[in-house]
Design a protein around this ligand. Structure first.
Ligand code: URA
Length: 303
């Protein structure tokens, strides 16, 4: 079915929602067909040069992610690590900008994040930061929810539609499940802190690019330093990859303990991974394993 001129505006809206168009990203629609037939710009008007953020693009992303990973290999896609996580520590991502300072946004992010001395300052720093392209299409910054003094920090992938609307992480359907998971081990948002690997919603809930993740990582690393939790939990594969510096999937990482360390931390932090609540909503059969993981986290917290 396609929209036609006999449709009422309500029918047309419903058609768009059913087709997956549930967000507007600009106040006015842009007629791209008209744009094509427009006369070319007069030659003597200087063209605006793209901003660093506009020209950054995804093609740099893989190299940046490799530079941020702790593995010394220059290869952009290192082979799977043969290391067992315990007792060998995972060194955590490097705080240094990529070699040669080629990536201005990541370098700026590192400096800005490191200048923050409190979680509130870090939030304000993020608010002022324009180096992540996701900010352009998002409604709100989604940084943290919960208690910055908490002994445990949960890190998901990135905000969804409801998080974008409210400016808070994990408040949509997967957040409701996360709350029930926390309650099952006697926790709620007064006793945990929750954040993500990227702080603005990727349009259409797509996976964040390596560049978007790399540019947000200095802020996440600084958050971990400032909160200095006893336990760090990555929710889902992308968060596990960023935080645990491992290449295996979350199915292989869950149930194991790693250590996360950066030069700004007084000591290494115990870190683990769990299935993402959104995955558990689709695959409830994995809840049994997740229950074990939750009990393990609880044990670590009281030890
Ligand atoms: N999924 C995430 O990874 N993070 C959120 O904040 C919400 C859903």
């Amino acid at each position: 079915m396609s929209p036609d001129s006999s449709m009422t505006s309500q029918e047309l809206l419903r058609w768009y929602v059913e087709a997956g168009v549930d967000e507007t990203i600009a106040d006015r629609p842009v007629d791209r067909f008209q744009e094509k037939t427009k006369a070319p710009e007069p030659k003597n008007v200087p063209a605006a040069s793209p901003t660093a953020a506009e020209s950054g693009g995804e093609k740099k992303g893989l190299a940046d992610a490799a530079a941020l990973s702790p593995a010394p290999s220059p290869s952009p896609s290192p082979p799977p690590s043969p290391r067992e996580p315990s007792p060998e520590p995972s060194p955590g991502p490097s705080l240094l900008p990529p070699e040669g300072g080629a990536d201005g946004e990541v370098t700026a992010a590192v400096h800005l994040a490191q200048s923050a001395l409190t979680v509130d300052e870090l939030r304000r720093a993020l608010e002022s930061f324009d180096g992540c392209g996701l900010k352009k299409t998002a409604t709100n910054l989604v940084f943290t929810d919960g208690n910055p003094e908490a002994p445990v920090l949960f890190v998901g992938e990135g905000p969804g539609a409801e998080e974008d609307r409210q400016g808070l992480p994990f408040v949509g359907p997967s957040g409701k499940l996360l709350d029930r998971m926390l309650a099952s081990i006697g926790l709620d948002r007064t006793g945990v802190l929750i954040s993500n690997t990227v702080f603005w919603r990727p349009p259409g809930n797509r996976t964040p690019t390596a560049q978007e993740t790399a540019v947000c990582l200095p802020f996440l690393e600084r958050l971990i330093e400032l909160v200095d939790p006893k336990v760090l939990v990555a929710l889902g594969g992308p968060a596990a990859k960023s935080l645990l510096a491992q290449t295996e999937g979350v199915g292989r990482l869950r149930g194991r303990w790693f250590t996360y360390s950066t030069p700004g931390l007084p000591r290494p932090i115990d870190a683990t991974a769990m299935f993402h609540p959104a995955y558990l909503l689709r695959s409830p059969g994995q809840k049994r394993d997740t229950w074990r993981d939750l009990l393990d986290i609880k044990k670590k917290l009281v030890s």
